[in-house]
Ligand binder design. Structure first.
Ligand code: TTP
Ligand code: MG
Length: 370
C-alpha cells in the first residue's frame, strides 16, 4: 500500500444556459425548440439553443440563418437578456463558495471546484456534487450537469457525459477505461485540424492514443505530445486556480519592427507601465517585484527582476525600476522584437501569493470516497 496524492475535482456546467434562462422566464416556451442569438435575417450566429432545437442539428456558433432553415418554427430570442444570465451566474457561484474557496470559473455557466478539502468536511465529492446540483435547481429553477473526478481534464469531460441534468463520476480506477472510449475530439486541444490529423493516423479514440509512446507523440504533435501522452493515461496535474487570486499582472508587446533606439524603447515601456498602473489602481493593488522581459531579434528572451522593500503601485515608480533593469541588458545595442513588464508579489483586494496545492495534505487513494 502506498500513499498518493489524489484530488477531488468537480466540474459544473449549466445546461443550455442562456436558452434555459429564457425558458424559465417564459414558461410558454417550455418543450419547444428555442434559439438564443443573432436574428435569422442578419449575419449573426447562434449563442446557444434548447435541447429540443439541438434535435434539428442547431448548435452554438452556427449562422442564425442556417438555424432558421433547419427549424423555421423555432423561437428565436434575439435580444440578449445578459443581466439575467449574469445574475444566475452569480447565484450559482455563491453556492460553489459554500463548499470551497477553490473555485475556478471558466465562463458564466461553468466552473471547476476543488473539494479535496471542503467546508462541509464531506469526503464524498459525488454527494457534494449532487447537493450542489440540487441547490442550483432550488435557487435558480435551472439544471446543471456535473463531472466528478480526480483531475480537471476528466471532470470536464465527465460533466458533458450525461447532459442535461446529469452527473458522471470517474474514479482513478476507472479513468483509463473511461478515456479509452472517448472520441478523440473530446480531448482538450483537439480542434478540427488536429482531429483530422489524428483520424488520418488511425487515432479515433483514447484507446488508439494510448498505444503511442511519448517520443512518437512528440514527433507527431510537437510540444502538445506530452500533453496527449499524459491525458491518454488520465494524468493532468493542473490545479484549480481561483480566478480572483492572481499571482502577477503583466503586459507585453511584440514590436512591429525590431528596434535598438533607446528613446523608442523608453516610450514603449512607459506606455506599458502606465497600462499596468491603471490595472493596479482598478484593483487597488500593489506589488513588490518588478520584472522586465525582453526578446531579441534572434528570439532569445531574458528577464531581469527587482524586488523593492515596499509595495509599489505608481506607474512612475514602476518605470524607474524598469529603466534601471533595461541598463542590465543588451537592449539598445542588440535589436529587440518584444518588450514586457510584469509585477508580482501582489497585495491588495483580490490578490495573494497563494499556492492551493501546498495547503492540501497527502491522502490515501480511496475510490470509495469519490
Ligand atoms: P456552453 O456551456 O458551451 O453551452 P450551453 O450551456 O448553452 O449548453 P450545454 O448544455 O451544452 O452546456 O455555453 C454557455 C453559454 O455561453 C451558452 O448558453 C451561451 C454562451 N455561448 C455563446 O454565446 N457562444 C458560444 O459559441 C458558446 C459555445 C456559448
Ligand atoms: Mg453549459
Amino acid at each position: 500500500m502506498y500513499s498518493i496524492f489524489v484530488r477531488k475535482i468537480i466540474h459544473v456546467d449549466m445546461d443550455a444556459f442562456f436558452a434555459a434562462v429564457e425558458v424559465r422566464n417564459h414558461p410558454e416556451y417550455k418543450g419547444k425548440p428555442l434559439v438564443v442569438g443573432g436574428r435569422p435575417d442578419s449575419r449573426g450566429v447562434v449563442s446557444t439553443c434548447s435541447y429540443e432545437a439541438r434535435k434539428y442539428g442547431i448548435h452554438s456558433a452556427m449562422p442564425s440563418a442556417q438555424a432558421y432553415k433547419l427549424c423555421p418554427h423555432a423561437i428565436f430570442v434575439c435580444d440578449h437578456n445578459f443581466s439575467d444570465y449574469k445574475e444566475v451566474s452569480e447565484q450559482v457561484r455563491e453556492i460553489f463558495f459554500e463548499y470551497t474557496d477553490l473555485v475556478e470559473p471558466l465562463s458564466l455557466d461553468e466552473a471547476y471546484l476543488d473539494v479535496t478539502e471542503n467546508k462541509m468536511n464531506n469526503p464524498s465529492a459525488t454527494l457534494l456534487a449532487e447537493e450542489i446540483r440540487a441547490k442550483i435547481k432550488a435557487k435558480t429553477k435551472l439544471t446543471a450537469s456535473a463531472g466528478v473526478s480526480y483531475n480537471k481534464f476528466i471532470a470536464k469531460i465527465a460533466s458533458d457525459y450525461r447532459k442535461p441534468d446529469g452527473i458522471t463520476v470517474v474514479t482513478p480506477a476507472e479513468a483509463v477505461d473511461f478515456i479509452s472510449k472517448l472520441p478523440i475530439r473530446k480531448f482538450w486541444g483537439v480542434g478540427k485540424v488536429t482531429e483530422k490529423k489524428m483520424i488520418g493516423l488511425g487515432i479515433k479514440t483514447g484507446a488508439d492514443l494510448q498505444k503511442y509512446e511519448l517520443y512518437e507523440l512528440i514527433e507527431l504533435f510537437g510540444k502538445s505530445g506530452p500533453y496527449f501522452y499524459n491525458a491518454a493515461r488520465g494524468v493532468d496535474e493542473r490545479t484549480v486556480e481561483p480566478s480572483h487570486i492572481r499571482k502577477s499582472i503583466g503586459r507585453e508587446t511584440t514590436l512591429k519592427t525590431d528596434i535598438t533606439d533607446k528613446e523608442e524603447i523608453y516610450n514603449i515601456l512607459k506606455e506599458i507601465a502606465e497600462d499596468i498602473g491603471k490595472t493596479m489602481d482598478r484593483y487597488n493593488a500593489a506589488a513588490i517585484t518588478v520584472t522586465l522581459k525582453v526578446k531579441f531579434h534572434d528570439f532569445k528572451s531574458i528577464t531581469r527582476s527587482f524586488t523593492a522593500d515596499r509595495p509599489l503601485n505608481k506607474s512612475e515608480e514602476i518605470m524607474n525600476h524598469i529603466w534601471n533593469l533595461v541598463s542590465k541588458t543588451e537592449a539598445g545595442s542588440k535589436p529587440l522584437r518584444l518588450l514586457g513588464i510584469s509585477l508580482s508579489g501582489l497585495s491588495g483586494k483580490g490578490f495573494a501569493e497563494y499556492d492551493p496545492q501546498l495547503k492540501l495534505p497527502f491522502k490515501e487513494s480511496l475510490d470509495k470516497d469519490f
